[in-house]
Ligand binder design. Sequence first.
Ligand code: S3P
Length: 173
Amino acid sequence: MRIFLIGYMGSGKSSVGKVLAEKMKLSFVDLDDHIEEQEKRTIPEIFEKDGEKKFRELEKKYLHEVVKRNHTIVSLGGGTPCFFDNMDVVNRSGISVYIKLDNEALGRRLAKAKKKRPLIQDMTEVDLQYFIEANLEKREPFYLRSKIIVTARELDPQQLADRISAEVGKLQK
Ligand code: S3P
């Protein structure tokens, strides 16, 4: 069993992933954390020193490592499914779950959590809302290739984990 959590920055992939892993008795790995541990530097440091292109190469490399882990839930970075053939790799390796949230909700959540995210860290709230709209339009076709799609609005991580585990159960019948 392998589950991949997909969604825009701020959609709650990591929080849900931890709850879901506990509920389903699986291990949990956050791809961003794994990259930082392996590279021994933070994502903002990688972006700053080597640029986004290099980050995407590293992201791909470490994705290939984590997709091989069994009995694991992996939360991906918001951009992971949208580069190279990453979404094919994910869909070949396990069950992909898109955690879908609307632009306004993402904007509200990200306004409070920009610092760790180099793509948006210097934006004003207005710029951030425009950026999310344009960027999500480009990214969503990739996200929508997920095997399961759940709408996260009004659900806390526990409720979302319950919903995802029910959908995974249905897929396996
Ligand atoms: C990114 C999302 C981040 C991280 C990096 C780039 C993106 O992960 O991988 O800052 O391109 O959307 P989260 O989705 O966990 O914030």
